[in-house]
Unconditional design. Sequence first.
Length: 687
Amino acid sequence: MTTAGRRAIAVLIAAFAALAIPLVASAHALLVSSSPKAGAHLGTAPGVVVLEFSQPLNAQLSSATVVDPTGHRWNGAVVSSLEVRIVLATNATGVYTVDWATVSEIDGHKISGQSFTFDVGIGGGTAPEVAANLVPGPQLSDIAIGGLKWVEALALLLLAGQVLLSRLASRPPPLDWVRPGFRASSVALSAGLVVVWAEATVGSGGHSLPEYIAFFGNLSGVWLIARLAFQALTLIAVVQGRRTLLPIVLLGALVMLAAGGHASGTDPAWFGVGLDAIHLVAAGLWAGGIGGLALLQPPGGWRSPQARILLGRFTPIALGAFAATVIAGGLEAIQQLGSIQSLYETSYGRVLLVKMALIAVMLPLSLMAWRLKRPHLRIEASIAACAIGAAALLASFPAPPTAAAKVAAEEAAATPDAGLPAPGEMTLAGAAGPVLVGLTLSPGLPGPNRATVYVLPIEGSAAARLLLANIVVDGTGKALTSCGDTCRQTTVTIKAGDKVAVDILGVQGGEADFVIPQLPAPPGGDLIAKLEAAMKGLTAFQYDEFLNSGTTTEHGSESAVAPDRSTWNVAGAGRTTWIGTTEYVQETPGGKLIKQTTSDVNNVLSFVWDYYEPLTNAFVIGHPVVNGVPTTEVEAFGNSQDSPIWFTFFVDSAGLVRQVRMTTTGHFMTDTYTSFNQPVPINPPAA
């Protein structure tokens, strides 16, 4: 083989070896997907904000909140291992800020200070599409803990190398001058104690005993305690001179170190932990062994016969261990990075490049020195220590989510569509307690029809899967069978005027009531176009709003003067006045008035249904009187922005919307419009 070929192989081996140093990234719980997405422009506030994370969450220590434009904070809850939901009972116009802090159930690492925004009723806006799921960099506390982990890992790996050297020296002829002191065992335990205390304090918030108990009361806490226990047993074995027990308990400490890292988040977990344990053990044998050799002083120096005997025994084991780290490291790097781009585009990848550079320096130096029987042990040990330090620092940098994790999170955050109406089908909507219910009838003619019911509680599709439901037509009940997580179906016989009820069974269930309109229902597309033109031509209006989330009800009102003046009041809460690009926010009645400039110009002629156009499945379903005014009732469906929503418009002869009902997940809202083109004074409020 040519010299160039040998160099190419050496560089390739170095690249793989850089990925093989242990101490993989901690299992940081990163935001992977959300609904609504960061920077979204919405016509109505979502009934629930959904956050999907990359790793299982500690439910007691993880949190999320949404701050609405009036300053009110809505708190969320962990509803599954990877998901947080925040229920909103508001529809205030303006910018909403989503904040979260997560503690990983796998290793207890905390990520805080993360946020993104979306807006409601701004009308398209100019706010940038913020990437909420960027991989964050480490905080100072993370880097400090990473430095302590370096000391802990360096001591454990050095101890593994010293155990190996002592065993090699005991072979005949014995080498009595090889007497490692194993002092690294006390260093490892001391550093481990500080690491665990620091991680528990940061992860729990360090405020109370219950929070510490919550931190240690799950799987990540078990691994941390077990790691300390094995390190304590290692120190005891050293002090008592139990050389047979020492390798066993040291192996346990290394396995627990692997179990407390990102490896536990792989599927299956035993494979990831086993692979990382091989990393640690193999690195201890060759890198720790080199460190152990650097601390020895053979009689006559490293060129003496005694030294050459030890080097001869160590070399084949070190080469085998190095090969094991290369293979295991390549496999684990695929799991952690997911793509080559992550090597350059994330902080984690860039630190990994530093490791590659260190190993690239170390490998050719080692190959040349050992081939010439002139090893530079202290230089090699120093470089190995730096590489291990870079690996320990990686524990402070979240590994980017894999493509598979991103796809899974996007699917989990998206609103399921099983059971939604097909184009042209007549569809109605209502609420059964907190559960959204959509009823679609096909073919929509008198007689037998396929009734498809869409059911979606605030808790999402996983909770919908467990819901039982039946349908009652004029007193005759029939069970609904599942056609998907959010879909139920059966065949019913109907005619105009029939009363239909969809019963959602269970503690959080309820009944959604419908009245069958004229069949076939007349199309309502022309009336939708007429109301859109009439509402866009207004100069002023007011409306009262009642918003029901299924558990709470909020009353608000808005006055608006075209083109850019509006005042929004929430009963018993705050008031927001928006004039042009200036907002005046009063979070509580009589409270402090906050003046702020927005990046968007108020557009009062932007209505909630604008954001869901084109509306489909529009049908005339009745002719009721609203506040003494005859209207035509039109039902329509929208399914943009991953949020299916039903609208029921009550339109007068001039095309003005006298009332509109909006029905979507956790958001059952009725707006009643008045004061069309009437003078409404809207001025900057007094301080």
